[in-house]
Design a protein around this ligand. Structure first.
Ligand code: NIG
Length: 418
């Protein structure tokens, strides 16, 4: 056994997501252990393996760490009043993105980074070990670069979402703004972001504008993702499949043609049920999408406007209760599904060679994640989210790694607590 190996032992029910290792599509092994060395699973077997370090699961269920493939963690400010007004009947239209943009622009880099760290810690406690983080509340060249830099400091899955909303200073000049996104902004984030994304929706950007962003992103070497079909029927899903996006996210309003496109393409349908919950939208027809054979992911969409939660357990419960996904389908959607949405094969599984990221539940089976909604069942999360700070580049952080404070539109080193 490797010298510094860790064994999670005495597992009542282990979800491996490898059908070759165990029962059903989740590859469930009973009375198991999993051995992890250097952050990688090196063995799965019957309980009782010996290693330097041992965690006794006490008969509980262990699953792969959750892969949250859609978040907007780089933001400042609070929109609880908007939420409260919505509960009084005011519809969600995405316009509040400008409110968060104003607050984010006005916040120092050090403070923004601290806020992201707090949200990441919360997500990790809730079982997430791999996370995608978008920009999209900067909407100027410098502010978008800064947001991407902060995202990249914490995850390899950093997404440039300059085409999130038309900022007020570009009112009536959407094509000029799209040109800025496709040129100056993209050029500055191309070495930092892994993905480019756009919000294809009435009130945000149309199909031609989003196609321009995706084409420019592809030319700059970025992977593609798209927000689509959140607030009504529209061209988002078809555009995403046509452009070969890794994922199209929301998919709340789908036509038969959209479902056929998802079933026939390589694009993952990512559902964000906490958003439909928080915006009082209908839930997507996940059953039809799954039955058509498309790959499905579930993600938190953590953001201050439409879905202020990091809880993947909550998303699982909603998907099962409201979207008629089976519990096994929901578990797959937050592990292998999230991994597929990020075009990753190394995470979302607990089989030899995969990342050693695991969640120990305070429950004997994964069914409890839907059966006991709202109960904090995550006993322990093992492995990254963000265990190491990645090198920072670009405008947002100084070369010395010191956060910059924004004063009169210029950055200077942060002084004292922010
Ligand atoms: O995915 N749809 C666009 N972006 C976010 C909402 C952002 C906000 O309201 O601040 C979403 O729901």
């Amino acid at each position: 056994m490797t010298a510094d190996a860790l064994v999670i032992d005495n597992i009542g029910s282990l979800i491996t997501n490898d059908p070759a290792l165990g029962r059903g599509s989740l590859g469930i092994v009973e009375n198991a252990c999993v051995v992890i060395a250097d952050d990688v699973v090196v063995a799965v077997g019957p309980a009782g393996a010996v290693a330097d370090r041992r965690i006794d699961a006490g008969g509980a269920c262990v699953l792969p760490g959750f892969v949250d493939s859609h978040t907007h963690l780089v933001f400042a400010g609070d929109r609880s009043e908007e939420f409260t007004a919505r509960m009084d009947g005011r519809p969600y239209d995405g316009g509040g993105i400008q409110v968060t943009t104003d607050a984010t622009r006005a916040t120092s880099t050090a403070r923004l980074d601290a806020l992201v760290r707090e949200r990441l810690a919360e997500a990790h406690r809730a079982g997430t070990t791999t996370i995608e983080i978008k920009s999209g509340y900067g909407l100027t060249v410098d502010d978008e670069v800064r947001s991407v830099d902060i995202a990249r400091a914490h995850t390899s899955e950093a997404t440039f979402l300059g085409a999130h909303l038309l900022p007020r200073e570009y009112a009536g000049r959407a094509d000029d703004y799209i040109a800025l996104v496709c040129n100056d902004m993209l050029c500055r984030v191309a070495g930092t972001a892994k993905w480019v994304d756009a919000f294809c929706e009435t009130g945000a950007f149309d199909a031609d504008q989003c196609r321009a962003v995706l084409d420019a992103g592809r030319a700059a070497g970025l992977g593609l993702r798209l927000h689509g079909n959140q607030l009504g029927h529209g061209p988002g899903v078809q555009l995403a499949v046509e452009c070969g996006c890794a994922s199209v996210d929301h998919c709340t309003y789908l036509t038969d043609a959209d479902i056929d496109a998802l079933a026939g393409g390589e694009t993952v349908a990512t559902f964000l049920p906490a958003t439909d919950f928080s915006t009082r939208q209908p839930y997507p027809d996940a059953r039809r999408v799954l039955d058509a054979g498309a790959t499905v992911a579930l993600a938190s969409n953590c953001n201050p406007g439409s879905s202020y939660t990091t809880s993947i357990s909550f998303c699982i419960a909603l998907a099962v209760r409201e979207m008629h996904m089976t519990i096994d389908e929901a578990i797959a959607a937050v592990t292998t599904g999230g991994a597929a949405a990020l075009r990753r094969e190394d995470v979302g599984r607990l089989s030899p060679g995969s990342a050693g990221h695991a969640v120990i539940l305070d429950a004997p089976s994964h069914h409890h994640l839907a059966y006991r909604p709202g109960v904090p069942l995550i006993r322990q999360t093992i492995g990254p989210l963000s265990s190491r700070a990645l090198p920072l580049c670009g405008h947002g952080m100084g070369d010395d790694g010191v956060g910059r404070q924004r004063v009169d539109g210029h950055d200077r080193p942060a002084e004292g607590p922010q």
